[in-house]
Design a binder for this molecule. Sequence first.
Ligand SMILES: Cc1cc2nc3c(=O)[nH]c(=O)nc-3n(C[C@H](O)[C@H](O)[C@H](O)COP(=O)(O)O)c2cc1C
Length: 193
Amino acid sequence: MEVQFHEGISEVIATTRNGQPNAAPMGVINRGSLYIAVYKDSHTFLNVKKNRQLVANFVADPLIYVKTAFEDLGPDFFSPDETAPVLKAAYAWVEFTCSILEKPTQKSAVVELQPVRSVVLQRPIIPVNRAFCAVLEATIHATRYQTLEDPAYLERMAHCESIVTKCGGRREFEAFELLKKYLGQAITSRQQD
Ligand SMILES: Cc1cc2nc3c(=O)[nH]c(=O)nc-3n(C[C@H](O)[C@H](O)[C@H](O)COP(=O)(O)O)c2cc1C
């Protein structure tokens, strides 16, 4: 495979299909073999269960992570040239065949990933940016807050925002504002406490 996954967890936009394409941020886990741990009520899992296909899109745009965590992307976001659901925003992608390890008592399932093909479209020569990481971190807290309703997740948002303000550019500011919009009232009342 031309593309390497970090040992540990790499954050990608996972795209799947069930008629319509779907996109959501997911962590690809590399502990010798590749897999994702995915909530069984997600569209990603339901689509994988149906047709055993998943594409890991490598995306450098923080806005796409925020958007896909909370809503669906229209067909215009997907490449018309590929049969697999590939994002136009991806600078590289890997298509996988999936096998599922699922226990009825558990809310999440393990999806093992077998690479089929990988494509590198361009290599962004960009150093690590803390604001990009802070947007991702805040988006994870936000999705957990939505699912678990534990206010501890919201308390971490202010720290992430301070990093975005210090280290970010326009795209990160825009992404964080969108995230706050999705969280709406929950975050506004928290900031007023
Ligand atoms: C950076 C990031 C990584 C995420 N990783 C996972 C993951 O590994 N497994 C999971 O079930 N959800 C993960 N999530 C949450 C899902 O993206 C979120 O629940 C999403 O709404 C699922 O969308 P879907 O229903 O279209 O699949 C992650 C969110 C973010 C922001």
